[in-house]
Design a protein around this ligand. Structure first.
Ligand SMILES: [Zn+2]
Length: 86
């Protein structure tokens, strides 16, 4: 699949990744990205996390909090808290 967009680099060097492009890739706010320059092209992808930094519950490499020596992502933590409150 090829999707093409244009955007401006703002005065702080930032670019906005269009929402539908982020959604098509399932990129979420807070995800870490890695850049790879290949000649005059920059490839962007979700940064690979090492096994140790995956969420203990869903195994996804998301931003996490550490609980009882286990990394748990915010969405799993929220689900657990909702279950505990019932
Ligand atoms: Zn999780």
């Amino acid at each position: 699949m090829t999707m093409e967009y244009t955007c401006k680099i703002d005065d702080l060097g930032r670019v906005l990744i269009p929402r539908d492009l982020r959604q098509s890739l399932d990129w979420k706010i807070g995800d870490n990205l890695s850049f790879r320059r290949i000649d005059d092209v920059i490839a962007l992808r979700i940064a690979k996390a090492d096994k140790k930094s995956e969420c203990f519950i869903c195994k996804k490499p998301k931003m996490k909090v550490r609980i009882n020596n286990k990394d748990v992502c915010a969405s799993c933590l929220e689900k657990v808290m909702i279950m505990m409150a019932k």
